[in-house]
Design a protein around this ligand. Structure first.
Ligand code: DLL
Length: 432
């Protein structure tokens, strides 16, 4: 069985990877200097010219780019190629402020699809597979990216897009889909729907590629058990291309970053200082092969850890941990830092399904913090006193994880709205 999509790249020596990065970075900086006046100005403000960047060791000298820069330069200000050379636009799923738009040349799309193909082969995908893609198609990168990767691998590709669960399940059964790509929250919903319809034995899935939102190890175990598959993580963001910037392999312990295209750094989100390997901090990407949207030192806001420990799968590219949250998703409640992923971990450890919502408000200048959690039908049929006991036990477990008290409300099954794309976990009603 094919283990790698591009073996000579995916298992290249560290020195080879570094050689590629050094050479491509120098070229890219010159290219951006020549073609992206917005970034050239930022370099000039720091007193830099392309001659100052001779390789990866000089990367830290370059200025950062943030989402604010993307908004300021919207829509065409950060393009590295004239419009006539670009063939595609994608956009982020963000709902506030101006949407971020990213541009692609045909070569950019080709390389992006290679990255997605690497991810599909890493979960065991090959020409014999039927790959059901239920990420949204259109402006969102999830559908188009994995669709392209699936074609490259030679899978029979089912471009379902998101939603219409009945039709998803009908095709999954009739066409005997073996790989599914969607958000983990939608995978959990599909698992629930399969159980309700009693069609588990008609499902032929073997692997799932789930990303675009945070999900815990507990949720992975839950999905694997209920669908009878191996569940793999995939990471990416529109600004850097889309899904496939990093992907999980058979070791299921972190995601390999495609370092021949993207240089990763971890920085202290407060000071911007580069942190030593193994430190937890904000992930920053530099695109060294992209033509149309060549972002340098783009701050993702995602908090994670990088590791170069050898991986049993044989891939040599650096691994990132699951993002532990976003520096801008982190809630500060009653003065304490709270990541939704911590709450999810507690819930799943206690045997609850991953259907929950965190509601934060401010009453009389004090924060209120409520966690609504859906009961399973079994818990729902318990006595009121038992349910109240369970709420108390969750309050204690959350307190021990977070150091603050939350009001916990167990709600009836199916009362929290399901998502076909990214789940809405936090409702912050505070007007600060
Ligand atoms: O979510 C691209 C994507 C599509 C990735 C399909 C994986 C699968 P955006 O809409 O631009 O792009 O959102 C990017 O989503 O900065 C992270 O905060 C979050 N994110 C993406 N993948 C993961 C993951 C797509 N595996 C933002 N785990 C990123 C946790 C993720 N968070």
């Amino acid at each position: 069985m094919k283990r790698y999509y591009q073996p000579e790249i995916e298992t290249a020596s560290r020195q080879q990877i570094l050689d590629w990065q050094n050479e491509r970075l120098v070229k890219q900086v010159q290219n951006v200097w020549d073609n992206v006046p917005y970034y050239r100005k930022k370099m000039e403000e720091k007193g830099l010219t392309p001659a100052d960047i001779t390789g990866v060791a000089d990367l830290h000298k370059l200025p950062f780019l943030t989402k604010d820069d993307l908004r300021e330069a919207y829509p065409y200000g950060l393009m590295g190629k004239p419009l006539k050379d670009c063939v595609r636009i994608q956009s982020t799923s963000g709902t506030t402020g101006k949407r971020v738009v990213a541009f692609y040349t045909q070569k950019d799309i080709d390389l992006w699809e290679d990255c997605c193909a690497r991810a599909i082969v890493a979960v065991g995908g090959n020409e014999d597979d039927v790959c059901q893609v239920c990420y949204g198609y259109g402006l969102f990168t999830g559908g188009p990216g994995l669709n392209g990767g699936s074609h490259k691998v030679g899978c029979l590709t089912l471009p379902m897009s998101s939603g219409n669960t009945d039709r998803q399940l009908q095709f999954m059964v009739d066409l005997e889909a073996t790989i599914i790509c969607c958000t983990p929250s939608y995978a959990a919903y599909l698992a629930e729907s399969i159980r309700e319809r009693g069609i588990r034995d008609q499902i032929k899935l073997k692997a799932g590629i789930f990303g675009a939102e945070a999900w815990s190890e507990e949720m992975r175990r839950d999905i694997e058990k209920s669908l009878g598959i191996k569940a793999y993580d995939i990471y990416g963001l529109t600004e850097i291309s889309g899904p496939g910037v990093a992907f999980e392999c058979e070791a299921q312990g972190g995601m390999h970053i495609n370092e021949d295209h993207f240089i990763a750094e971890i920085i202290d989100p407060d000071t911007g200082e580069v942190l030593p390997e193994g430190s937890k901090g904000e992930l920053v990407f530099t695109c060294i092969t992209k033509e149309a949207f060549p972002l340098l030192r783009y701050r993702t806001k995602d908090i994670c850890v990088l590791t170069r420990e050898p991986c049993p799968c044989g891939r040599t590219h650096v691994k990132m941990s699951k993002p532990m949250g976003r520096s801008d998703d982190m809630l500060i409640i009653k003065g304490v830092n709270v990541f939704p992923s911590q709450i999810e971990q507690v819930l799943m450890e206690q045997g609850y399904p991953a259907n929950y919502q965190i509601i934060v408000d401010r009453v009389n200048n004090a924060d209120t913090f409520e966690v609504q959690v859906e009961m399973t039908p079994e818990i729902f049929s318990d006595s009121l006193s038992k349910i109240s006991e369970m709420e108390k036990s969750l309050v204690a477990a959350l307190h021990s994880m977070l150091g603050i008290y939350a009001k916990v409300k167990l709600v009836a099954p199916k009362t929290i709205a399901r998502s076909e794309g990214k789940a809405v976990r936090v409702i912050d009603k505070r007007k600060i």
